[in-house]
Design a protein around this ligand. Structure first.
Ligand SMILES: Cc1cc2nc3c(=O)[nH]c(=O)nc-3n(C[C@H](O)[C@H](O)[C@H](O)COP(=O)(O)O)c2cc1C
Length: 164
């Protein structure tokens, strides 16, 4: 008789969110669905990452890039990290493709399989934007949170069908 694997998928979400907590709201929504552990890059070690099946990496977009601390964590990981990963971000402009491409490449260099990516526009008062009340006030909103949860649910479904 073939036994199905009932081992729960273990998910870690590593994120940085310092401007308005926008990315933190999204990380929290994904955590709920994936029952994930949330961590900062500074408190995450290569050893820690080893004990998870799926790892999410997220931050705001700062000067066109993911936060440096997240990038340093990835750069410090050993090659041959045979894990599934996903990327998520928030930004003021809605432009995110280059930042995602760069992080995707760094992850692939370490052996991760990037199985999903997610982004939304979010509140931004950086520099002169503050003078005009900022961009995207109120975002991420309920719709963004629902979209983040649906994304997480798709990841969960894909992982559990792999495990079965
Ligand atoms: C220092 C700094 C630089 C930023 N640079 C960009 C940028 O290059 N492009 C962009 O679309 N948004 C930029 N933003 C806006 C943030 O990406 C946006 O507000 C994001 O949601 C912040 O996420 P957080 O609240 O999780 O930190 C910048 C914000 C800050 C504080």
């Amino acid at each position: 008789m073939r036994l199905l694997s009932l081992k729960a998928m273990r998910t870690l979400i590593v994120y940085i969110s310092y401007h308005h907590g926008n990315t933190e709201v999204i990380a929290g929504a994904m955590r709920e669905v994936l029952e994930a552990e949330l961590r900062s890059p500074e408190s995450t070690t290569p050893e820690h990452i080893k004990s998870f099946d799926l790892i999410g990496f997220g931050s705001g977009n700062y000067f066109g890039k993911f936060d440096k601390r997240l990038v340093s964590l990835i750069d410090g990981l050993p090659r041959g990290t045979d894990k599934d990963a996903f990327i998520f971000s928030t930004s003021g402009s809605g432009v995110y493709e280059d930042a995602h491409r760069e992080l995707r490449k760094r992850l692939a260099d370490k052996g991760f399989r990037v199985v999903g990516e997610w982004h939304c526009k979010a509140f931004d008062t950086y520099g002169p934007l503050r003078l005009m009340g900022g961009l995207n006030k109120g975002k991420p909103d309920a719709k963004d949170i629902e979209a983040a949860k649906s994304f997480a649910a798709r990841l969960k479904m894909a992982s559990s069908s792999k495990a079965a």
